[in-house]
Design a protein around this ligand. Structure first.
Ligand code: LMR
Length: 396
């Protein structure tokens, strides 16, 4: 049976990691996968996570099944983190959250849930979007189409194009929005632009799905949730996929959440039953360890304060790197304007060079970034930025 299989290419993002690990060049730089790195290139475990794990080790007394919903305490603390504790949607009891295996697991659950609601529905994603969005929504049975988002030439949002496309949709459509730190472009909607998108969502009646994989990496935990919170108080129905991979540094623990908001508390219960049946048919129930760490942190004032501080350090380092690389390119005689990098948010920016130049950086300088020229800014460090800027200058 397997004889008819055709080999598939490696994943465009994860495949880079394998190549990078095999590269023996001591000057190699990993700007590929979206993982935070410190100045020494290491992805350390946060101190607040270590403390929460210690607490868990001392207090956990069973490994019994936890159920498709996951830990109720995790779901509650995550909802409060996403919405803010006194958000109207929580007060009116219209949101239901299930733990999920990472942001990807949450997105797949959302896709399958939507396909249960409306088989083969069309989900509109930004052009460009995270490379895995298309594959996972198609695998869930949805049709994927794109709306304009990034203006590659002018290195800014094509907001008029986006809005014009969204206005043409119908109440049968689904629209995926990035809450913050747009992956891959780093170009986020301003608060005024979010207000306009929310107005269009209300008047057209499409179902918004918001992917929030980087809360806290843009401007801060609350600021990054501005659009999501506004949408949640403005529309009847909304799906949110969130992740603890980046902001808690829990990448391999696979913990995130899928939240469904419905028009009333009873409609939310019905939606929740469909969500749970969806989960049961995919992976039955989510992993518990990452959820236990997050709920321990979020239910302790002391650990939460420490987490806020560690998150701010990651955010500040990335923002510092944005300025650093722009300055170094100028120092290396690059006349093309790269200042847009400092106006973008989160883990990524497009450098805006050709796929051939990206390949040349990889082959000749051992510098790894996604073919679209998406750079993970966290991979830049004081120790490698001169080599990076000089190499980019050469391929330009
Ligand atoms: C990325 O975009 O690099 C991350 O979200 C990691 C992944 O799974 O692709």
């Amino acid at each position: 049976m397997f004889g008819s299989l055709q080999a598939l290419p490696a994943d465009p993002i994860l495949g880079l990691l394998a190549k990078y690990r095999e590269d023996t060049n001591p000057q190699k730089i990993d700007l590929g996968v979206g993982v935070y790195k410190d100045e020494s290139g290491h992805t350390a475990i946060l101190d607040c996570v270590k403390k929460a794990e210690q607490h868990r080790l001392e207090t956990e007394d069973t490994k019994v099944y936890i159920g498709p919903t996951g830990s109720p305490l995790f779901n509650q603390t995550m909802s409060e983190l996403i919405f803010g504790a006194s958000h109207p949607v929580l007060l009116s009891n219209r949101a239901r959250t299930v733990s999920a295996p990472g942001g990807t697991g949450a997105l797949r659950v959302a896709g399958e849930f939507i396909n249960n609601v409306k088989s083969g529905a069309t989900i509109w994603v930004s052009n460009p979007t995270w490379a895995n969005h298309t594959g996972l929504f198609e695998a869930a049975g949805l049709e994927v189409k794109t709306y304009p988002y990034y203006d590659y030439e002018n290195k800014c949002l094509d907001f008029d194009g986006m809005l014009a496309q969204l206005k043409q949709l119908s109440s049968d459509d689904v629209v995926l929005l990035h809450a913050c730190c747009h992956n891959p472009s780093g170009m986020d909607l301003s608060q005024e632009q979010w207000q306009q998108v929310v107005e269009v969502a209300k008047s057209v009646g499409f179902l918004p799905v918001i992917d929030m994989a980087y809360q806290g990496f843009g401007d801060g935990l609350d600021a990054d949730a501005y659009g999501l919170r506004l949408m949640a108080e403005s529309v009847d129905e909304l799906v949110i996929c969130s992740s603890c991979s980046k902001n808690f540094g829990l990448y391999r623990e696979r913990i995130g959440a899928c939240t469904v908001i419905a028009a009333s508390a009873s409609a939310a219960d019905v939606a929740n039953s469909v969500l749970l049946s969806t989960v049961r048919c995919i992976y039955s129930m989510p992993p518990a360890h990452g959820a236990a760490i997050v709920e321990t942190i979020l239910s302790s004032e002391e650990l939460t304060a420490q987490w806020h501080q560690e998150l701010a350090e990651m955010r500040d380092r990335i923002n510092g790197n944005r300025k650093l690389i722009v300055d170094k390119l100028v120092e290396n005689g690059v006349t093309r304007d790269f200042s847009f990098i400092t106006r973008q948010k989160g883990m990524f920016s497009f450098l805006g060079i050709t796929p051939e130049q990206v390949q040349q950086l990889q082959d000749e300088y051992s510098i790894y970034m996604v073919g679209s020229s998406r750079m993970s800014i966290a991979g830049i460090a004081n120790s490698n930025v001169d080599y990076l800027a000089a190499s980019i200058a050469k391929v330009l």
